[in-house]
Design a protein around this ligand. Structure first.
Ligand SMILES: Nc1ncnc2c1ncn2[C@@H]1O[C@H](COP(=O)(O)OP(=O)(O)OP(=O)(O)O)[C@@H](O)[C@H]1O
Length: 281
């Protein structure tokens, strides 16, 4: 099914199905789903295809960047996203579903601007905060505190805005004295805590979450989920979510887009999307 403008409105909250709702989750799905959706389109994919070229070796890949194809080094191409067209409105919470390699992360990376379409257009209106590659963009030789300033500058924040942001990130990341140590001395969990703290403290307009919930230890995961729920309560925030857990997806999202080998095969209310996915994959 292709994207249908009439179908993207968030459906009314559904009664909880006793069998399918997990007992382990302390809250019902309805608690965090968004119902208020504006008409303003914040993400638009217009016939977007992302093609990757596969090479036998890094050397072949490097030469390929310069348009030189060495005999035998070119293996073929893969369409990570294939002719995707959909719109997402301000305030929607949309889950991307699909098997490993279906193209979910590629679509989200195009929204965050780290990957560009091979053909087609991606338009994004709003400040994007991504819980994708949490540690990307940090300079390991700088301290955590210095990295907050650096990222703030890259985002185009003023000195006052950075000064306001810094204590929020530090408080969330909870790194103690390590906040003033070079990041190369951090454990991977500590780096991720700083990345997560930064992403959720910048008042995102579009929050992109890709399985990042597995960051850190259990207590920190709970803290992350709590913060994501708080952000989601703001009806102006749009949330794009990738998770392999139907229950998490149901808790947070009202709409689901199912991808299969880069192609969009379903777009509609989350229960129907999950049912379609579970029946067909
Ligand atoms: N940089 C790259 N170079 C080559 N192929 C890539 C690259 N990035 C992704 N791909 C390929 O594109 C396809 C889609 O990958 P993507 O990571 O978007 O899938 P996914 O649905 O997020 O998968 P998962 O659930 O495993 O995270 C896969 O076949 C993957 O191997």
């Amino acid at each position: 099914m292709s994207s249908n403008e009439a179908e993207v409105k968030a459906p009314a909250a559904q009664p909880v199905d006793e069998k399918s709702s997990e007992k382990a989750v302390a809250v019902t799905p309805e608690d965090h789903r968004k119902t208020g959706v504006s008409d303003e389109v914040v993400v638009k994919f217009d016939h977007v295809t992302k093609t990757y070229t596969l090479y036998k070796s890094d050397k072949g890949r490097l030469l390929g960047v310069f348009g030189i194809q060495r005999p035998g080094s070119y293996l073929g191409t893969v369409n990570a996203n294939n002719d995707l067209s959909f719109t997402i409105r301000r305030g929607e919470a949309v889950a991307f579903l699909g098997r490993n390699g279906a193209g979910k992360s590629t679509a989200l990376k195009m929204i965050t601007g780290v990957v560009f379409p091979t053909t087609g257009n991606v338009n994004v209106g709003g400040r994007v905060s991504a819980l994708l590659e949490l540690t990307a963009g940090f300079d390991m030789n700088l301290t955590g505190r210095e990295n907050i300033g650096l990222r703030g500058q890259i985002m185009g924040l003023t000195n006052e805005e950075i000064a306001e942001l810094e204590p929020k990130v530090i408080d969330f990341a909870d790194l103690g004295l390590y906040i003033d140590q070079p990041m190369r001395t951090y454990s991977s969990g500590m780096k991720a805590r700083l990345g997560f703290g930064f992403a959720v403290s910048t008042d995102p307009e579009i929050l992109v979450v890709d399985e990042a919930l597995s960051v850190g230890d259990k207590a920190f995961q709970q803290k992350c989920l709590k913060r994501i729920r708080e952000i989601m309560m703001d009806e102006n925030v749009t949330v794009l979510f990738v998770s392999h857990s139907s229950n998490t997806v149901k808790e947070f999202c009202s709409r689901g887009i199912v991808l299969d080998h880069g192609t969009q095969v379903f777009d509609g209310p989350i229960e129907e999307a999950i049912e379609f996915y579970e029946k067909n994959y």
